[in-house]
Design a protein around this ligand. Structure first.
Ligand code: HEM
Length: 530
């Protein structure tokens, strides 16, 4: 009898637990989404209706797949192709609408007044959202995703790496790297011209400079570590393109085992490298060379005594990951799109070249002062960042219930800021918003748009991109040296197909034909004549 009672009690307990779990699932997957929809609809905000578990994922994927199924005409009106879901639903629900990524709701915000609130005047109410686990694996637990005090501490330590005074020390070696790349192109250009898939070459170039900023004097060892990280990125991006199964990355599949091994190898190489750097730091003052990420973090780890601000080897490894992820493809994509734009707009290519030849001469290596004088090139790069921003959107999460303009935003709501859409908005940029017109930047970035928050390729506010000086410096240097030596036009089989997988990239590559310009006349003293 006692056993039967015990059995029945157990049964009741299990049923209760199953019931509670079921209830929780229903609350998260059904009741809460309805409540949120209701909350926003009372404020006039609507969107595609929430569907159980999947949200709008199915329609969203369908729209993206359809948009990327064929190339587009040679136009800069790329929003419908790149953020097709945003373009589609904005037409139906207006620019501020709700969209469901599974049971997670996102409110799209493209009004520059509201964007300014989120990033600057009310930024304390918002934080970075939790990235998808696979993205997190790629971007590392560094500056990009850290929050609160730890973020502020790391940002303070790392910032000197990106001071202009520090970056300018990299110019000679970065320029040399570009020249070596172009020498290879010259060798390949038998008949005076060569077709180059620029995205691949620019990636190698960018990786090199990021390695120098991250590892400084330990550049060679750093290169090996970044190679391992690049392999890690390929594995994670492959997984990212498959259906996401929570917890799958802990199962010992072939790919996961490879990824774990790589992780171990990266950590081991970093520990060895850090030990060597620590030993060397006794004989070397940091003023001797550039301030690199690793050096600054090692220095900080030696100083910190409080456990809360301690910098560990893991911290350093995660920051290296963040650097690599945030810096490599963004800058190489900017270079790629600018090369495409210069090829599409030969009159701007000539204007940029004339300026480079005037400032630097036909073969002179651009100095830091020269780079600052290249105004036309700056305007072109800004226009490239506007039309083809490598980061097409960003997300923030409301930390508490908050008022955004006239809207009441409940805690936990994610806000999706479609940078690309803001950059193509006619209300901010005028009727020619989809045209390539670098002249709009002739009076500087602040006066280019009708609203100061209308141009945000590097984000805005205190979490703005730490690497923007480096990205612009490297891009100007690379393009200046290319323009000195080559003219460029699109290969006949180039297909215009901007698309996004983490960053904005050309879906079918960017084949560009480079034609060597005549060598400058050299007089008897071997001096180059302008
Ligand atoms: C054209 C090139 C680049 C573009 C368009 C770009 C864009 C951005 C954007 C939009 C953000 C802000 C994201 C947000 O608010 O959610 C950001 C943050 C960041 N970027 Fe860049 N980036 C570029 C190059 C670089 C480079 C070269 C590095 C480093 C080597 C870098 C490192 C970072 C880091 C660490 C953050 C996080 C900063 C923080 O939260 O404190 N970026 N970037």
């Amino acid at each position: 009898m006692e056993e039967v009672v015990l059995y029945l009690l157990k049964l009741m307990l299990v049923s209760l637990m199953v019931g509670l779990v079921g209830l929780k699932v229903m609350v998260v997957l059904w009741w809460r989404p309805r409540k949120i929809e209701d909350h926003f609809s009372k404020q006039g905000i609507r969107g595609p209706p929430y569907r159980f578990l999947l949200g709008n994922a199915k329609e969203l994927l369908g729209l993206m797949l359809k948009a990327s199924s064929k190339p587009m005409p040679f136009s800069h009106n790329i929003l419908p192709r790149v953020l097709s879901f945003y373009h589609h639903w904005r037409k139906i629900y207006g620019a501020t609408f709700l969209v469901w990524f599974g049971p997670t709701v996102r409110l799209t915000v493209s009004d520059p007044d509201l964007i300014r609130e989120i990033f600057t005047s009310k930024s304390e109410f918002y934080e970075k959202n939790e990235a998808h686990p696979l993205i997190k694996q790629l971007e590392g637990d560094g500056l990009l995703s850290l929050k609160g005090e730890k973020w502020a501490h790391h940002r303070k330590i790392i910032t000197p790496t990106f001071h202009m005074e520090n970056l300018k020390l990299l110019i000679p070696v970065a320029a040399q790297q570009v020249i070596e790349m172009l020498d290879k192109w010259c060798e390949m250009a038998d008949s005076g011209e060569v077709e180059i898939e620029v995205s691949e070459w620019f990636q190698i170039l960018t990786e090199d400079i990021i390695t120098r900023t991250a590892f400084g004097s330990s550049y060679e060892d750093g290169k090996v570590i970044f190679r391992l990280q690049a392999e890690q990125m390929v594995l994670a991006s492959e997984a990212f393109q498959k259906v996401f199964i929570p917890g799958y990355r802990f199962i010992p599949t072939k790919r996961n085992i490879k990824s774990w091994k790589l992780d171990k190898e990266i950590k081991k190489s970093l520990v060895n490298l850090i030990d060597r750097r620590r030993e060397n730091s006794f004989n070397q003052t940091p003023e001797n060379g550039t301030k690199d990420l690793l050096g600054l973090m090692i220095q900080a780890s030696a100083k910190e005594s409080a456990p809360s601000s301690e910098i560990t080897v893991r911290d350093m490894a995660e920051e290296c990951k963040s650097f690599f992820f945030a810096g490599e493809q963004t800058t190489s994509n900017l270079l790629t799109w600018t090369a495409v734009l210069l090829s599409m707009h030969p009159q701007w290519q000539s204007a940029a070249r004339d300026e480079v030849l005037r400032v630097c001469g036909p073969r002179g290596m651009p100095s830091k002062d020269d780079v600052a004088k290249l105004k036309t090139l700056s305007m072109i790069l800004n226009e490239a960042l506007r039309l083809y921003p490598p980061v097409v959107a960003t997300i923030r999460r409301a930390k508490s219930d908050v008022e955004l303009g006239a809207y009441k935003i409940p805690r936990g709501t994610e806000l999706l800021i479609p940078i690309l859409a803001v950059h193509h908005d006619q209300a901010i940029w005028g009727n020619d918003a989809n045209e390539f017109n670098p002249t709009r930047f002739s009076n500087g970035v602040a006066r280019a748009a009708k609203h100061p928050a209308g141009f945000i390729p590097f984000g805005l506010g205190f979490r703005t991109c730490i690497g923007q000086n480096l990205a612009i410096l490297q891009s100007k240097l690379t393009l200046a040296i290319i323009l000195q030596r080559f003219s460029l036009h699109l290969a006949p089989h180039y297909q215009h197909a901007p698309t996004v997988l983490m960053f904005l990239y050309p879906q079918y590559g960017a084949p560009i034909v480079f034609r060597r310009l005549a060598d400058p006349v050299v007089n008897q003293d071997q001096r180059v004549l302008n």
